[in-house]
Design a protein around this ligand. Structure first.
Ligand code: SF4
Ligand code: SF4
Length: 384
């Protein structure tokens, strides 16, 4: 069988974050407004409807952590320290260009960091409920979504019409359906692509700001991968152990976890984390009142900041079946209490389903690369 050369279309996504810097600068020069976001709970349809560009500004590098630790405690999640560090050092162009930063009251570390960030940037914090099913929480989040719309209209001096928000919902749903189609390709045995390749597209797609051309590029990647697979191109060994990754957001330096898995005879078939299935699995209902539909869709995202986090458990249970997973690897970031505590429940969930499970804790340094490799190689070796 032919061995695959990495489809060149992946490369369009691999460098998207870096290339997006210039795109955002040009968009700013044209008078576009830029919104920086931190979390999967942020209803980005509102920015799209307002004609603004939104971009994820969670940082995944240890470069600015020493600066951040002059203000923040060192025993804090590296994502929070890194993101704040990039803000105070003005080293992240997205953060620098952002006219507005929107955060949510998710974990304690993030919400307290937003207070400090508010001293140097224009920050709007949405009050995120901690439960997903009671009427008061649902109503509260709906009001927060309406308040965000009003904030954006006032800040950017625009009026978001019903048609604007409906069009934004439609195009964002189109992107989600394409992402679903893309990552669902890895349900095949063997999967047509590696986890490293899948991650390039999932992560890179966040830094493409023209939705029409992004959706065309996604279509193109899907078609290429499908065609190669149908033509018998073999990219992944049939014997590779099928791994699902869950836990804290994963990108940048934490890709070391994916590398350790794939260098040890495993292949990552599904990413449940933010940037993966969690963010694309649910659509906004296009037949409902738009803001209610947006609020309902976003509030149901499974994350350890929710209590109980039933939707994460349900999604994981479904994914291990659908992707015929041999083992689950959870990655938690140091000092992320909500995910670290929830590990006990995820371990039990997997035990009940007879799915081998390992949880690894890491940070944004490369000091633990060898240790991760040893632990994950041993885990994969024992999978049957
Ligand atoms: S893990 Fe939870 S708090 Fe963190 S970005 Fe994702 S949804 Fe938001
Ligand atoms: S990884 Fe954990 S501690 Fe860090 S920002 Fe996300 S929820 Fe908060």
């Amino acid at each position: 069988m032919a061995k695959n050369a990495l489809p060149s279309a992946f490369e369009n996504f691999a460098d998207a974050r870096k290339e997006g810097f210039l795109t955002v600068k040009n968009l700013k020069d044209e008078g576009k407004k830029v919104v920086g976001t931190f979390c999967a709970y942020t209803p980005v349809e509102i920015f799209l409807a307002a004609g603004a560009v939104s971009v994820g500004i969670c940082s995944f590098s240890d470069e600015t952590i020493p600066e951040a630790e002059k203000v923040l405690p060192s025993n804090l999640c590296p994502l929070i320290k890194s993101s704040y560090g990039f803000a105070i050092t003005e080293k992240c162009p997205y953060m620098y260009f952002a006219d507005l930063i929107v955060g949510e009251t998710t974990c304690d570390g993030k919400k307290k960091m937003y207070e400090l960030l508010g001293d140097i940037k224009n920050v709007h914090v949405m009050q995120l409920p901690q439960t997903q099913t009671d009427e008061a929480s649902i109503e509260m989040w709906y009001k927060e979504v309406l308040a965000l719309k009003e904030k954006v209209e006032k800040e950017f001096d625009v009026t978001i019409t019903e048609d604007d928000i409906k069009a934004a919902i439609t195009i964002k749903n189109e992107e989600r359906m394409l992402l679903q189609e893309f990552y669902n390709l890895s349900k095949s045995c063997p999967p047509p692509i590696t986890g490293t390749e899948q991650l390039k597209v999932l992560y890179g797609s966040q830094f493409k700001f023209d939705y029409e051309s992004k959706n065309k590029e996604l279509r193109d990647v899907i078609d290429k991968v499908k065609k190669d697979y149908e033509d018998g191109v073999e990219n992944v060994s049939k014997s590779a152990k099928r791994i699902l990754i869950t836990g804290c957001p994963l990108a940048g330096v934490t890709e070391k976890v994916v590398t350790a898995i794939e260098d040890s005879g495993g292949v990552v078939v599904a990413f449940e984390n933010c940037i993966g299935v969690k963010t694309a699995d649910r659509l906004v209902d296009e037949n409902e009142e738009p803001y209610k539909a947006i609020a309902d869709r976003y509030l149901q995202i499974g994350c350890s900041v929710m209590t109980p986090d039933t939707n994460r458990y349900d999604l994981l249970s479904r994914l291990v079946e659908e992707f015929k997973v041999d083992g689950v690897v959870e990655m938690t970031l140091q000092a992320c209490h909500t995910y670290a505590i929830e590990t006990a429940q995820i371990r039990k969930l997997m035990q009940d389903r007879d799915v081998p499970f390992i949880s690894v804790e890491t940070d944004y340094s490369t000091a633990d690369v060898a240790q991760l490799k040893t632990r994950l190689a041993a885990f994969i070796e024992m999978l049957v």
